[in-house]
Structures are given as C-alpha cells and as structure tokens.
Design a protein around this ligand. Structure first.
Ligand code: NAD
Length: 478
C-alpha cells in the first residue's frame, strides 16, 4: 500500500469530516500507512446521539430482519476477503494466512449470530398466585460502546457488533489507535448496505480521549471492552458514576501443563503454534509451561528445536512465514525487558532471547526460557510476545496449584493421555477455559470468559448473546 489514506469517522452512515491526526504504521517495517481521526468531543456526542436515535426503531424490527443485515455484511466481508486480509497484515503484522482466517471467521461469526434471531427466548415462570402468569422478557440494553484491542481487530468488530445488533441494540465502535484501518474498511462495507443510519458507528482515537469520552458517557448502556487489565480497571472507574453495565474481556497468562504421560510431540507442536501465532500476542495462548520432571529435559529440548525452526519476518515481503513482528516499539521493549529480568533472576535462555536484526520492524526472536520459578515476573505477568517460560513440577497437584496462583484466569491447557488426570485438572483448574491436548482457539458457540482479573462476563454463544440484553419480568394477574 503506497497511497496514504485519510480516514474519517463513520456516524449515521456518513463519513464525517474529521482531523486525521493519528498516524498508522506497518509494524513490520515502520512505514506510514494511513492517518485516522482523533475524534472530538462533538463527534463522540454525535455518534452516541445517532445510535440512540436509531435504537428504538431498530429494536422494533423483527429479529430476523435485523439478522438479515448481519448476513449482508458477512457476504460483503467474504467478497472483499483478500483485500481485507492484506490490510490487516499491513497494519497489525500477523501473517497473511492468519489474517485470512480472521476475515473468514468474522464473516462466519456474523452469520452465526444471525442464526440466533429465531432462537432468542424469554421464559414463562410458575407463579405462587392463582390466575397469574409471570413472563421473563429479554430486551436490548440500548446503546453499546465497543472498545477494541489491536490483536484481532477485525474479528472483534463482529464479536461486539453481531450480538449487539441481533438483540436490538445499536453500537458505537472505537478501534485501537494501532489498528483502525480495517475498522474503517468494515464501515465502508456497512455503508454499501441499507443498514439504517446510526445502527453502526465508528469513532477513532486514543483511549485517553475518544475512549474516555465513550466510557464516561451517560448515554451508553453497555461498555463492551476487550483489552488489558489496566485499561479494564480504568474503564470500571469511568463507568462507575453512571453505573454503566460492563462486559470486560481482559488479559491472560495461560498455563500449559505437560504431564509425563503426554504425547510430547503433540504438546510441543501445539504449544509452539500457540506461542508463535500472532507473534504470541493472543489473550489465550500458552504463556507459561509446567512440565513434569520425568519428561522435562526431553520436552525442553524439543520445544527449543521447534521454536528455533520458526520462520519470521515481514509478512508482506516474504512468503511462508510463521510469524510477523510485534505491534510496536513499546511491545518490543517490554518483551526484551521481561527476558532480561528473567535471566537476571536465573532463567536460562535455551533458544532466542534477543531482539532480531530484521530492519526497521519490531521483531523478537522465538525464545524458550528454562529454569523459571513461580516468583519470577515472567511466570506471573502477561508477556504478549514469542517467549515461552518453562517451570519444572513434581506432579499434577503442584501444576494445578501453580496454575491457579495467578491474577489471571482466562485460559489453561493440559497435555495427558490419562482421562482421570484430564478430568481432575478440568475440575480443579479455576479458569474460564481449559483445553485438553490442544491449545486455543475458542469456538464461536462456546463462551469465552475469564476468572479473576481476566474479565467480567464473556463473549460468544448463547451466554455471550444474552450479555447484550437485560431481563424484564412481567406479572399478569387476571
Ligand atoms: P489496551 O487496554 O491498551 O487497549 C484496548 C483499547 O482500549 C484500545 O482501543 C485503547 O485505545 C482503549 N483504551 C485505552 N485506555 C482507555 C481508557 N482509559 N478508556 C477507554 N478506552 C481506553 O489493550 P491492547 O494493548 O489494545 O490489547 C492487548 C490486551 O488485550 C492484552 O492484555 C490481551 O490479553 C487483551 N485481550 C483480551 C482478549 C479477551 O478476549 N479476553 C482478547 C484480545 C485481547
């Protein structure tokens, strides 16, 4: 992409003149790609007002009609899949194959949520009184503010928009300032449909400006946020004065437990893929390993060989890569610092362990650290990079105790051939998700939610859908 595009905020189905002051760069080579707006207070107001204005009529339409729009947008996403995948790779740095998966999954997700139109159900409850019916209705909340991270920026639009719209809400999306291009391109596709004005809006900007304006606003009925724990905490504070409902999908520090009876080849393959995919910048990818002593040496050796074989670089300049760059300089500095601190505390670099010499992009070598201990920051804090710290444990009990001893509780995984070990781990691991003999990703019909500081509420499936509704219980005495 050589042309520098200036994007404009999308409010009530129109791209409104905006001051494009934020630069968006390709993390693989630091080249300028586009300029996007820092939404003014008036524009955030206008977007919320447009969403509010549209909401009643939108909710009054039959759900199947609302779902029809999601299907139209899904079809447009599919028609533009290759172009969108290239844009995502350019601004976010994931390899093209993964960008294609993200685009197709987004279209499928819109279709999946559309299927719920005929399945939205209330309840009829038994009354204690003679001649009384009690109905539990599910109603839309109103206006949703969807605030997105940069790691799966395109899919996250659908993950928030699709359940919001099918249940009768309208939405204002704020993409991450790191990856807004794909969201404006999504808005272009929406504009080509006859979706009623105000149902879907996009305002871009940083968290400190557009983000805070949205989260402090009394006209927002649900803040659906995906991002870091720190930002989630700030958003809770911003939402407090208005008691705005929150849906928070936050960070993770997923433990992978490798038992002595595991299929080691499978475990190595799965953990490598999980640590390398999107350059380790995935909320539910393996962030720390607990391996049983009996197979530790073998596992560490195989993990090192597997990570060292990772092909990485600029995904638009080289073919067949497994991994691109980290998102920005700050991310690269953070990963490098965490590895330095860990080695200073006694961790041993088995492979990698340094910034990669790959030109102007933000590349870090695929890294395996052995000899890690549970008090090291590398075993406790989210790394969000291609670095795998490994700790040796004596048995499953110790592994489960260490896994649970974390402020995060999003995802966990266990590698074993024993059904009883798998069942015990599933029962005792205190996480939103556990994968047995595989790593992420989650299914759209599941429920992606985290324990402890990993979030409040969740996404996907029936349970995720109902997060976008409130209940209204009606007592009819006849
Ligand atoms: P981030 O918290 O830095 O930013 C996320 C979004 O919040 C951005 O749009 C940003 O502009 C906005 N923001 C920042 N400060 C704000 C404020 N005070 N008020 C309102 N909005 C504000 O996160 P990130 O770096 O974009 O994403 C990475 C994080 O997201 C990781 O911690 C990762 O684990 C997490 N994540 C979680 C899930 C999940 O499903 N649980 C999925 C993807 C990513």
């Amino acid at each position: 992409m050589t042309e520098i595009i200036h994007y404009q905020n999308f409010i009530a189905n129109a791209f409104v003149p905006s001051d494009p002051s934020i630069e968006v760069r390709n993390p693989a080579n630091n080249q300028l790609l586009a300029r996007v707006p820092e939404a003014s207070g008036e524009q955030v107001e206008a977007a919320i007002a447009a969403a509010r204005h549209a909401q009643k009529n939108w909710a009054a339409r039959p759900a199947i009609e609302r779902a029809g729009y999601l299907r139209k947008i899904a079809s447009k996403v599919r028609d533009n899949a290759e172009r969108l995948a290239h844009l995502i790779t350019a601004e976010q740095g994931k390899v093209l194959g993964l960008a294609r998966v993200e685009v197709n999954f987004t279209a499928d997700y819109l279709d999946y949520m559309a299927e719920w139109a005929r399945r939205l159900e209330g309840e009829v409850l038994t009354s204690d009184r003679v001649g009384e019916n009690i109905f539990l209705l599910r109603k839309p909340l109103g206006v949703v503010a969807g605030i997105l991270p940069w790691n799966f920026p395109f899919f996250l639009i659908a993950r928030k928009m699709a359940p919001a719209l099918v249940t009768g809400n309208t939405i204002v999306i704020k993409p991450s300032e790191e990856t807004p291009i794909n969201c404006f391109e999504f808005a272009r596709l929406v504009a080509e449909t006859d979706l009623p004005p105000g149902v879907f809006n996009v305002v871009s900007g940083t968290g400190a400006t557009a983000g805070q304006r949205l989260t402090r606003h009394a006209g927002v009925d649900l803040i659906s946020f995906t991002g870091s724990v720190d930002t989630g905490s700030r958003i809770m504070a911003a939402a407090a004065p208005n008691i705005t409902k929150l849906n928070l999908e936050l960070g993770g520090k997923a433990p992978a437990i490798v038992l002595a009876d595991a299929d080691l080849e499978l475990a190595v393959k799965a953990v490598t893929a999980s640590r390398v995919i999107n350059t380790g910048q995935v909320c539910n990818c393996a962030e720390r390993v607990y391996v049983e002593r009996k197979v530790a040496d073998q596992f560490i050796e195989q993990m090192a060989a597997s990570m060292a074989a990772t092909r990485y670089g600029d995904p638009l300049a080289e073919d067949d890569l497994d991994m691109g760059p980290l998102i920005n300089q700050a991310a690269l500095d953070k990963v490098a610092q965490m590895v330095r601190t860990a080695t200073g505390q006694g961790a041993e670099v088995v492979t990698g362990g340094a910034v990669a010499d790959k030109g102007a992009g933000f590349h870090y070598q695929p890294t395996v650290l052995a000899g890690c201990g549970s008090d090291m920051a590398i075993m406790r804090q989210e790394i969000f990079g291609p670095v795998l710290p490994i700790q040796i444990v004596e048995d499953l009990d110790e592994a489960i105790a260490l896994a649970n001893d974390s402020e995060y509780g999003l995802t966990s995984s266990v590698y074993t051939r024993s059904l009883s070990a798998a069942m015990r781990a599933s029962n005792e691991l205190d996480f939103g998700e556990t994968y047995i003999n595989r790593e992420n990703f989650e299914a759209m019909q599941g429920f992606h939610a985290g324990a402890r500081k990993s979030g409040i509420g969740g996404a996907d499936g029936k349970h995720g859908l109902y997060e976008y509704t409130h209940t209204h219980v009606v007592y009819i005495q006849i």
